[in-house]
Each structure stands twice: as structure tokens, then as C-alpha cells.
Design a protein around this ligand. Structure first.
Ligand code: C2E
Ligand code: CA
Ligand code: CA
Length: 690
């Protein structure tokens, strides 16, 4: 150590040593940055980066060595072998290339250490090749211990440098530490190696070059070296800039809506989270405004999607203009937007909501038509309406939903009482989606019987849902919800499959009637589904009947009748449900050969005291007779009701009098045995039922 220091102090020109160290530092910086870059590059790119790095590394090692060597005062005439001098540069570049390519193959400390040791070897090989070119007029002796130490040090330090570079455990200063280690590796090699060499001059004369020439040569070398290093650094900088531009663009794309340029849902979620935290910390207030355009679908449908896009772009720009400083508006998708604002008093918030409302209501000229939209706006306030981002956004949404369904002329503030109804429906809708998988659904069966013979004619399948916390929820609540969000298709399919499966297991070969929602008729490929389920379960088609209300038919009469014909062609029966309440159009009855008319239970309830109901009952029964369609009366609860129906010649009955809907047992007693006994035989009607 002392000997090395002595060698540097007494046998070297201090200015040129300083110059060599400067090149070494600059070069080490370039090497480390570019190694880092190359370790992140894939495939062929890594080869390119390793090569560029090797050029910078070769220039660094070689120039440092050459300048430091010129700084060495041998005390005897010196000449340089040109071939070996150039070879030493080639050795430096080639060795560095192999070592760096190896070091950056994987980003691990071990891989780095391996490549780094190779880099130390390259520095050493370069140095000793360079020294072989160094011809001094005197006796040169080498201390092999120092030679060995120099090589070990160089390899150890550069191995450490690259290991640090490849390790993820070292924090922020990773690159600085690696740079310092590279400098130490190059410097120790050089100076320990120079200590290993001692020159005994034979002729006591000066070097053939005088001090000025040596300096000029050193500076020239240093400048060329610096140029090469700078060129590499610039290549790295340009690449970095391009990549960060690309990154910025990508980030922009990820956080902004491509059509309107407004922040998107992801950006909004991050922002509301941040704003809630700020409001919580500062005790501030935050308004969340859920905005949904009205009549936007019409624009899309009538004028096309291009016009729709144009409208969205223009409205987004208007929304942005209406904001106050610090507010944000984002597009969540489709025609849904959301705004976020900090406010001190409610008037400020209302003012913003009114501005947004007004700007969206202002007519808009697109191409040659004038679009008159408008929006439903719901507002939720932190901390009053919610303690976290999700709750606030949800509540703003609920208020918006209410504004929309009520056609409110002004923005609606969240109101827990009013909006809980909607929340409830949403929760039910969510839970319903999971009800099938969680085994919460069941099908109950209610008996239908022939009035004349008292025999069972079939069973109606009625869906039952036992919610884990709410308990039993009636179908009148959840069926409309399922219809609202389209889940009825899955639900209907499940009921159909279950009912058919159950029916195949019954000892008695009764029919099973399944309710079909209008939505199923409109959207599902029902004939195919029925065909498939019948095949799957092996239920004979004549044992299956569907119950359908007129609503299902009126929406698209032609299509509905076409589908019904296909179903009937399978051999499945079709009953018209809830007759007498809705349209009750004779046209429907004429256009399609129903297998049964189900008279709504409203009439049964009215029978006892209302002559009008009896008149309608008679009319429907007469109609059924003339069209040869049997009529079933629903909701028969009392003996009197039954007697009136029997007297009027009704074909079939269903109701609590015969049995409540329930799980199906194997046996099949005649539910009407008692009721029939009480009717005098003379009055027993002739049945037209099959
Ligand atoms: P619906 O098709 O008219 O079914 C008959 C309803 O009347 C059933 O109510 C049944 O329990 C009830 N009921 C039967 N006898 C009597 C009686 O004597 N008195 C009274 N007051 N009511 C009686 P539920 O099961 O609550 O079903 C209500 C409605 O829900 C059904 O009316 C039907 O429209 C719908 N629904 C039930 N299950 C399904 C299904 O699987 N799919 C579809 N799409 N709708 C279903
Ligand atoms: Ca029904
Ligand atoms: Ca009914």
C-alpha cells in the first residue's frame, strides 16, 4: 500500500494522474449507466447496448491507462510499439464486450459478479498488453506478487461493482456505489501494476519526448477518450428521453379517455381517493357529482355513432370549461361522467352543479342537426354522505339514478332514505347473481286440477329464493329486478332445467308448467333451449307447458308468435297467463292457438260479491269454449269461489283451496275430492279439459 502510494507520489506527473482519474470517473459513470440500460434491454437490443457500453468501457480503460502511463516518469528513454498499443485497445473493447454481455444476461448479483470478474480480467489484459508495448531503455524487472495483487484487485472490485448493479436489495445509491467501485478497480489495477514494475536505466538520459510533448500527447488521448465517452453518454441520454416520452404517452393513454381526452375511470378513482384523504386530514368538504346524459342513446340510434362521438367530445369540452379551479371531471364510460370539487359552503357546490346542468342542457349543433340533450346529476358530499371514496361515488350514483327515474329538473342531492330503496334493489340484484351458485333457489310446485273429474292436470313451477340474511324474498320482488338487469335469462333457464328434471322423477306423469318472462321470449333462443333441455332431461315434450303473459307478445307480435309456433311444434304446451288484467285482446287469442287460458286471480277474489266479475268470467269461459281453449281459474281460495266456477263451467282451477305451492312429494292425491263432493251432481259441469 505504502509502496503504491510512494510510486504514485514520486514517479508520476501529478497533473497527468489527475487527468487520468478524471477520464476514469467520467468513463465509469458512462459504463454503469449503460450497463444498467443494457440489463433492461431485450434480445438483440441488449447485444447492441453491450457493444456500445464496451466501446465506452474500452475507451475509458485504455485512455486512463495511456494517460497514466504518460504520467509515469521512467527516468529512461521510452518508445511504444504501435502494434501492441493498438492491440491493447482492441483487447480492452473486446474483453469489455464479452464481460458486459455476460454481466447483463440476468439481473442478479451472482450474474453481475461473474461478468464483473471478467471485466476485471479485461482491464488487466489491456494493461499488461499496453505495458508490453512500452519499451524503455533500461532493465525492467517485475514483482510478480504485485502483478498478481493488481489482477485480483481489479477483478474483485469490478465483480463487486457489477454485483451491486445487478442486486435489487441495494437502494438508491446502487449506481453511485457501482461507479465508485469501477473507478477503484481501474485505478488500483493501474497503480499496483506500475508499482510491480521497476526500471533501472542503462543510459541516464531523458525520454525521447520532452515534458511538453508528453503532456500534449496525454491531452490529445484524453480528449479522444472523452469524445468517445461523451458520444456514448449522449446515445444513452437520447434513448432515455425517447423512452420517457413514450412512457408519458403510455401513462396518458392509461389515464385518459381516448375520445374526449378527459381523465378516465382509473384516473378518477386515484383522484377521489387522494381528495378524500386530503379532506379527511384537513377537515375539508368534497362534492362528488355523478352525471348521466339524457337521451344520448337517441342521438346514437338516429344519427349514428360518429355524431354520438362528436356530441361527447363537445360536451366534454363544455364540462371542462364549467369547472372551477382545482375541480376535475372524468368520463367513466358511455355517456357517464363524474365531477369532483372541494367546497366550503353548499352554495358553491350547488352553483357548480347548476353550471354543469345548464351547459349540458344548452342545445348543440352537430353537422346539420341540433342535439338537445340534458343530464341527470346526483351529488354526494364528504363527509356527510360517505366516509370513503367508494361509498361517495356509489351514493352520488344512487342520487343520479333517482334524478333520472323521477325526471328531476335539477340535480339531486343524495338522500339516504330515498336512495336506500334503490340501494336495496341493487344489493338484491347483486345477491341474486350469486343465488344460483350458492344454492339459495328452489322451485315449488302448485297443483292445478280439473273441475269435472277432480284429477290433477299439472303443477305450476314457482321460483323461491331464501336470501341468507333477508330470508325469503317473493318472486314479485326479485323477478322484476332480474328482468331489469337481464339476469332473468339465466334464472329462467335454471328454473326450466330444474322443473324438467324434477318432473321426470315424479311417479305420476303430471304436466309441469313453467313461467316464461317476456324478456326470455325476446332475447333467448327459446326453442333451441327447450329442445336442448328436453333432450337432456328426457322429459316428454307433452308434459311441459309454458306460461306466458300478453306483455310478452305485444312488444314484437310477429316475432313472438313465430317463436311460440316453434315451441309448440316441439310438442310443448303454451298457456296464456294472467288473462283479463292487461290487454286481454281478442286478437291475441285469435292469432295463436293457446293450449290454455289462465284467468287472473283478481277475478276469483271478486267473484263472491261482484256481478261484473261474474259477467266477465262468463264471457271468458264462452270465448274459451268457442275457440276450444280450456280456461283455468287462478287464485281459488274458498269453497264458494269454487262452486261459482264449477257452476259456470270453468275447466280447471288452481289456488290455495287445492294447495299452496310447496316442495313436491311422490304421491298425488286428488286435491278436489272434498270440494267435488259438496257440489250436487246435477250442477257438475261438463269439462272441456283434456
Ligand atoms: P303467477 O304466474 O300468476 O303465479 C301465481 C302466483 O299466485 C304465485 O305467487 C302463487 O303462489 C300465487 N297463488 C296461488 N294460489 C293463490 C291463491 O289462492 N291466492 C293467492 N292470493 N295467491 C295465490 P308467487 O309464487 O309469489 O309468484 C308471483 C309471480 O312471480 C308469478 O305470478 C309469476 O309471474 C312470477 N314468477 C314466479 N316464479 C317464476 C319463474 O320461475 N319465472 C318467471 N318468469 N316468473 C315467475
Ligand atoms: Ca303463472
Ligand atoms: Ca297468473
Amino acid at each position: 500500500m505504502i509502496k503504491v502510494a510512494l510510486c504514485i507520489a514520486t514517479e508520476h506527473d501529478p497533473w497527468l494522474v489527475a487527468l487520468a482519474v478524471a477520464i476514469c470517473c467520467a468513463g465509469a459513470f458512462a459504463i454503469v449507466q449503460m450497463c444498467e440500460r443494457s440489463s433492461h434491454a431485450p434480445g438483440l437490443q441488449r447485444l447492441g447496448w453491450a457493444f456500445l457500453t464496451a466501446i465506452a468501457a474500452g475507451a475509458t480503460i485504455w485512455c486512463t491507462h495511456f494517460v497514466a502511463m504518460l504520467a509515469f516518469e521512467a527516468g529512461a528513454p521510452v518508445t511504444l510499439d504501435p502494434v501492441l498499443t493498438i492491440s491493447s485497445l482492441v483487447v480492452a473493447v473486446a474483453g469489455s464486450f464479452a464481460a458486459i454481455y455476460l454481466a447483463t444476461r440476468e439481473r442478479t448479483a451472482l450474474q453481475g459478479a461473474l461478468g464483473g470478474a471478467g471485466f476485471g480480467g479485461a482491464i488487466s489484459a489491456m494493461h499488461y498488453t499496453g505495458m508490453a508495448a512500452y519499451r524503455v531503455d533500461g532493465l525492467v524487472t517485475w514483482d510478480l506478487t504485485y502483478v498478481a495483487v493488481s489482477i485480483v484487485c481489479a477483478s474483485a472490485f469490478s465483480a463487486a461493482a457489477m454485483a451491486v448493479l445487478g442486486s435489487d436489495r441495494i437502494g438508491r445509491h446502487r449506481l453511485a456505489i457501482a461507479t465508485a467501485l469501477i473507478v477503484v478497480a481501474i485505478a488500483t489495477l493501474h497503480f499496483v501494476a506500475m508499482t510491480a514494475m521497476s526500471v533501472t536505466p542503462l543510459v541516464l538520459s531523458d525520454t525521447p519526448l520532452d515534458a511538453r510533448e508528453v503532456r500534449a500527447l496525454a491531452w490529445a488521448t484524453a480528449m479522444v477518450g472523452m469524445m468517445v465517452i461523451s458520444a456514448s453518454v449522449f446515445a444513452w441520454l437520447i434513448d432515455r428521453q425517447t423512452r420517457s416520452d413514450a412512457m408519458r404517452k403510455l401513462t396518458h393513454m392509461a389515464l385518459n379517455d381516448a375520445l374526449t381526452g378527459l381523465p378516465n375511470r382509473v384516473a378518477f378513482q386515484a383522484e377521489i381517493q387522494r381528495e378524500v384523504e386530503i379532506a379527511r386530514a384537513t377537515g375539508g368538504r368534497l362534492g362528488v357529482l355523478a352525471i348521466d346524459l339524457d337521451r344520448f342513446k337517441e342521438i346514437n340510434d338516429v344519427h349514428g355513432h360518429k355524431a354520438g362521438d362528436e356530441v361527447l367530445i363537445r360536451l366534454a369540452a363544455r364540462l371542462r370549461e364549467a369547472l372551477g379551479p382545482g375541480d376535475m371531471v372524468a368520463r367513466l364510460g358511455g355517456d357517464e361522467f363524474v365531477a369532483l370539487t372541494r367546497f366550503a359552503d353548499r352554495a358553491q357546490l350547488t352553483a357548480l352543479a347548476d353550471r354543469l346542468d345548464a351547459t349540458l342542457k344548452t342545445p348543440l349543433t352537430v353537422g346539420h342537426f341540433e342535439a338537445r340533450l340534458g343530464a341527470s346529476i346526483g351529488i354526494a358530499i364528504y363527509p356527510h354522505d360517505g366516509d370513503d371514496a367508494e361509498m361517495l361515488a356509489n351514493n352520488a350514483d344512487l342520487a343520479m339514478y333517482r334524478a333520472k327515474s323521477e325526471g328531476a329538473p335539477a340535480p339531486c342531492y343524495y338522500d339516504s332514505e330515498l336512495d336506500d330503496v334503490i340501494r336495496d334493489r341493487r344489493e338484491i340484484a347483486n345477491d341474486l347473481r350469486r343465488a344460483i351458485d350458492r344454492n339459495e333457489l328452489e322451485v315449488h310446485y302448485q297443483v292445478q286440477a280439473s273441475v269435472a273429474s277432480g284429477e290433477v292436470t299439472g303443477y305450476e313451477a314457482l321460483l323461491r329464493w331464501t336470501h341468507p340474511t333477508r330470508g325469503s324474498i317473493p318472486p314479485s320482488t326479485f323477478i322484476p329486478i332480474a328482468e331489469e338487469n337481464g339476469f332473468i335469462l339465466a334464472l329462467g333457464e335454471w328454473v326450466l332445467r330444474r322443473a324438467c328434471m324434477d318432473a321426470t322423477a315424479w311417479d305420476h306423469r303430471s304436466k309441469v308448467a313453467v313461467n316464461v318472462s317476456p324478456l326470455q321470449l325476446a332475447h333467448a333462443n327459446l326453442p333451441r333451449l327447450f329442445h336442448q333441455v328436453l333432450l337432456e332431461t328426457g322429459l316428454p315434450p307433452r308434459r311441459l307447458e309454458i306460461e306466458l303473459t300478453e306483455t310478452a307478445i305485444v312488444a314484437d307480435r310477429a316475432r313472438a308468435l313465430h317463436v311460440l309456433r316453434q315451441i309448440k311444434a316441439l310438442g310443448v304446451g303454451v298457456a296464456l297467463d294472467d288473462f283479463g288484467t292487461g290487454y286481454s285482446s281478442l286478437e291475441t287469442l285469435r292469432a295463436f292457438p293457446f293450449d290454455k287460458i289462465k284467468l287472473d286471480r283478481f277475478f276469483a277474489a271478486e267473484l263472491a260479491g261482484s256481478p261484473q266479475s261474474t259477467a266477465i268470467l262468463r264471457a271468458v269461459l264462452a270465448l274459451g269454449k268457442s275457440l276450444s281453449i280450456p280456461v283455468l281459474a287462478e287464485g281459488i281460495e274458498t269453497q264458494e269461489q269454487f262452486e261459482v266456477l264449477a257452476h259456470e263451467g270453468c275447466d280447471e282451477v288452481q289456488g290455495f283451496l287445492l294447495g299452496h305451492p310447496g316442495v313436491m312429494t311422490g304421491e298425488n292425491p286428488s286435491p278436489l275430492a272434498d270440494a267435488l263432493e259438496s257440489i250436487p251432481p246435477a250442477q257438475a259441469p261438463q269439462s272441456t279439459a283434456a
